[in-house]
Design a protein around this ligand. Structure first.
Ligand code: ZN
Length: 435
């Protein structure tokens, strides 16, 4: 075989093999101070030290060299609303008022396929500029919003998960479906998009208050009929929200019990937020292998609360990081790590640099049940990766001079870094963004 389908990249390289908190930390990752990543036909061929692997390359092999830079697997955003891109940074409310005053009027526009297509492109550009190559995203109730998103993601060959929002009550009429129309439209979209290239479908009841018992029952039915799709929703974000759920579903013992009652828990079920959960609820998430998307910038912005990461860890619930744009305030997973760190500080806990970069890469891939395909540089994985610049601003350049250890470098990247720290983003080994 000729070498023209080989692509070779040289830089510092880091990737994770496991959760640094779950075993001996130094066995959880591989770090190559002068590393080389070899990509063949869009997939990882091998990763290692330049000194060793460089010698095995054909003499005329081109090597793309990024000095003062770190190659990582692409970031994974486990919960984000693409239609809210244009309403990020809306002032002054907590969850329920924020939905009513800002979110619902914005989402109304997505019945227009051209509007949806335009924002989908801007959203995907923004992800790539921030080093995010995979996201679990929420569109709107309109099928047009789902089709526009999947079309845009397909054209870029990005690995994306999305699915029509189900909501049949407690929202303006213009955003409501019915149990039957939600069921039929979801079914049709699953057939059209689930498993097409790198795309996957997520059944998406917005959250318990905006779906009737009938609609949640239909959602459970869809999940039984399509056991390999995802389920994606919100859970226990805000105290007023939880009280409302208790009133709406008096037959259930709590918020998570509503979703459980309708058969919505499982290995590919992802619940955003999970701030106000009790031990039994964490245990139920663990037992059903359900996953959590931790949304630090959103939780601080809406004043929702401080997610208990150490409890999730202790009760063995898989967690990924998420921006939750537009309640979140940044598309950057670096900024997301930054705020996650502060939230754990306020709880009296620590979030280590290694653990946080694990969460943004392999941890996210595990949360989305995609770790056989993405998340690290094991042979055969899809070659979605990013190049981070240690010196993207004068201040980060200054700070990096006194960073001698990997963990110092990672920590400074997360605390000082943002979109400017992303020098390049690659999708399936091909350049998708260059700063
Ligand atoms: Zn959300």
């Amino acid at each position: 075989m000729g070498n023209n389908n080989l692509k070779v990249f040289r830089a510092e390289i880091l990737h994770f093999l496991d959760d640094p908190a779950a075993q001996e930390e130094n066995k959880s990752y591989q770090y190559f101070p002068d590393g080389i990543l070899i990509v063949k036909n869009g997939h990882v061929e091998t990763v290692g030290h330049f000194k060793e692997l460089g010698q095995t390359l054909p003499a005329d092999q081109k090597v793309v060299h990024y000095p003062d830079s770190l190659i990582l697997p692409g970031f994974v955003d486990c919960h984000v609303h693409y239609p809210q891109t244009e309403m990020v940074a809306a002032y002054g409310e907590q969850l329920l008022e924020w939905l009513e005053n800002y979110t619902f009027p914005t989402e109304r526009k997505f019945s227009d396929p051209d509007k949806a297509a335009g924002i989908a492109e801007i959203f995907l550009d923004e992800l790539l500029r921030n080093g995010t190559t995979t996201a679990l995203t929420i569109p709107t109730v309109h099928t047009e919003s789902v089709n526009a998103f999947f079309k845009a993601a397909e054209a870029r060959r990005m690995r994306m998960i999305c699915g029509k929002v189900l909501m049949d009550r407690n929202a303006p009429d213009y955003l409501l479906d019915t149990p039957e129309s939600g069921y039929q439209e979801s079914k049709q979209l699953i057939e059209q998009w689930h498993g097409k290239g790198r795309l996957r479908y997520a059944l998406t009841p917005r959250f318990a208050p905006t779906s009737s018992n009938e609609q949640l029952a239909k959602a459970g039915q869809l999940l039984r009929e399509h056991p390999d799709i995802y389920m994606h929703t919100h859970l226990a974000e805000n105290l007023a929200e939880i009280k409302w759920v208790e009133k709406l579903f008096p037959q259930c013992s709590g918020y998570l019990d509503v979703y459980n009652h309708f058969g919505l828990l499982g290995k590919r079920s992802i619940f955003a937020h999970c701030i106000h959960l009790n031990n039994e609820e964490f245990e139920l998430l663990h037992k059903t292998e359900s996953k959590i998307a931790f949304c630090p910038t959103s939780n601080l912005f809406l004043g929702s609360g401080l997610f208990n990461l150490s409890r999730a860890e202790a009760q063995k619930v898989t967690v990924g990081l998420a921006t939750d744009i537009g309640a979140g305030t940044s598309f950057s997973l670096l900024q997301t790590i930054h705020e996650a760190y502060k939230i754990q500080q306020l709880r009296g806990d620590q979030l280590s640099p290694l653990k946080s970069f694990y969460l943004a890469t392999l941890g996210g891939a595990r949360t989305l049940d995609l770790d056989s395909k993405i998340g690290n540089f094991e042979q055969g994985k899809e070659a979605d990766f990013i190049v981070l610049d240690y010196k993207s601003t004068p201040l980060s350049a200054l700070r990096s001079q006194s960073c001698t250890q990997l963990i110092d470098k990672l920590f400074a990247l997360a605390i000082l870094g943002d979109d400017r720290a992303i020098k390049a983003t690659y999708v399936l080994g091909e350049s998708a963004y260059l700063r």
